[in-house]
Each structure stands twice: as structure tokens, then as C-alpha cells.
Ligand binder design. Structure first.
Ligand SMILES: Nc1ncnc2c1ncn2[C@@H]1O[C@H](COP(=O)(O)OP(=O)(O)OP(=O)(O)O)[C@@H](O)[C@H]1O
Ligand SMILES: [Mg+2]
Length: 218
């Protein structure tokens, strides 16, 4: 599903990824850990092509990411960030529906999907509120629902619980894991929250000195 082969990424003189290899098969869930500055976000950015100057090969379902149009990549890959990145002037429902417009789905389909996902993430009744009227955990669930609207085959999460208290973070990991199974997504989650990594058994990768090491399998 995701094949990363011998990928090197430099920022100027600094080599952040140094011949990284990683293979995630379809429907696989993995945590990615590593110290601040070790290159975790950079790796995710290469996958969804926010950055596209690197050497080596990254392929999704056998297709090099560089040869995939960005809109196709956006359909395949959903992304969730630590900072949620919701639009403050749009309601919860509008935030979740955004991707539907981009993909040219009918309004009716998009609405039905968005309502379903909001229910699934425990946000029924909050559809008309604005992000500022929600707790951090609720905002993150909106971000999850938004990412899932396109039914992505892959979900990348960059410290999705970094701004949440530990109980809420634990709930979020369980929700992500549940959705990952339900939707059969391939999922890579960057996290510092060591204890939850132990609580949610899964393949765990560690990034250090520009390389990725396997450190456990749940
Ligand atoms: N656009 C950029 N230009 C120059 N250097 C950058 C750029 N983006 C990241 N870096 C550097 O690359 C290194 C890796 O950054 P990256 O954001 O991938 O780390 P990270 O593992 O995600 O860290 P954190 O856990 O703090 O989020 C850092 O030293 C950072 O300063
Ligand atoms: Mg980062």
C-alpha cells in the first residue's frame, strides 16, 4: 500500500531523512515516535506531498506519489493535525462538508455523510456550533470527521492528541483505532504520548538520526 524506499530529505545542509525505508500494508495501523526534530512531520509531508523535493521512492498502491495529481492524493489520504485546523467562521457541519465540495459530490450525499460521521464521532447535536464553542477534544473529533468524509484509504495523524488532556487523548486513540478498523484504513499516527502507545497495541516505529527502526508490534 505505502512503499517508502531509500528516501532522503535535506533542508539545506541538514539531512533530516537519511535513506528511510518503510512499508505499510493495506489496513495496517502503526505509531511513529521519535524526538522532537527527528523528522516525523517531514515524513508525513512527503507522503501527502506538501513537500515534494526529496530523493528515493514513495509509492501508494504501486504509483509514485510524484506522478499522482494532488486532487487524487487528497482523495486517498486524509490528514489530522495537532492544531485541528478548523475554519473558525464555519460551523461544525460546514467544516466537515468542505471536502465534499472539493470532490464534486452532490450536496445531499455530502450532507448525509457528514451527519453520519458527526454521529459516529459523538458530535450529534453540535452540528450548528462554531469551533470556538467546542472543547479541544470535540474540535479534534470534528477534524477526524472532516478527514474521513472523502473515505480516504490512508489516514495520517500528526500528534493528534498533543493539545488534549490525557483522558481525552486516550479516548481519541481508541476512536481512531476503531474507525481505522471499521473503514479498513491504513493509518500512521505520530505521537509523543508513550503511555497510550502501550495501551493501544500496534506496530510501533521509532525515528532517530534520519532512520526508522521497528520497536514493537503491540
Ligand atoms: N521548512 C523547513 N526548513 C528548514 N528546516 C526544516 C523545515 N521543516 C523542518 N525543518 C527541520 O527539520 C527537522 C525535522 O523537522 P520535523 O518537523 O519533521 O520534526 P518532528 O519529528 O516532526 O518534530 P516534532 O516532534 O517537534 O514535531 C527539524 O530540525 C526542523 O528544524
Ligand atoms: Mg512534528
Amino acid at each position: 500500500m505505502i512503499h517508502i524506499r531509500n528516501v532522503t530529505k535535506r533542508y539545506g545542509e541538514r539531512t533530516v531523512l537519511d535513506g528511510v525505508n518503510l512499508h505499510l500494508h493495506a489496513g495496517e495501523f502503526a505509531f511513529l515516535r521519535g524526538r522532537s526534530g527527528s523528522g516525523k512531520s517531514t515524513l508525513l509531508k512527503l507522503l501527502y506531498r506538501e513537500i515534494d523535493d526529496f530523493t528515493g521512492d514513495i509509492a501508494i498502491d504501486g504509483q509514485p506519489v510524484g506522478s499522482m495529481p494532488k486532487y487524487e492524493l487528497r482523495r486517498k489520504i486524509g490528514v489530522i493535525f495537532q492544531s485541528f485546523e478548523l475554519l473558525e467562521r464555519k460551523t461544525v457541519l460546514e467544516n466537515v462538508e468542505l471536502a465534499g465540495e472539493v470532490l464534486g459530490r452532490s450536496e445531499k450525499d455530502t450532507r448525509a455523510q457528514a451527519l453520519h460521521l458527526l454521529k459516529r464521532t459523538g458530535l450529534s447535536g453540535k452540528e450548528r456550533l462554531f469551533p470556538a464553542q467546542l472543547s479541544g477534544g470535540e474540535q479534534q473529533r470534528v477534524a477526524i470527521a472532516r478527514a474521513l468524509l472523502v473515505r480516504p484509504a490512508i489516514l495520517l495523524a500528526d500528534e493528534p492528541t498533543g493539545n488534549l488532556d490525557k483522558e481525552t487523548a486516550a479516548e481519541m486513540f481508541h476512536l481512531l483505532r476503531e474507525l481505522q478498523r471499521e473503514y479498513g484504513m491504513t493509518m500512521l499516527v505520530v505521537t509523543h504520548a508513550d503511555r497510550f502507545v502501550e495501551a493501544v497495541p500496534a506496530r510501533t516505529l521509532h525515528m532517530e538520526q534520519g532512520k526508522i527502526y521497528e520497536i514493537g508490534n503491540g
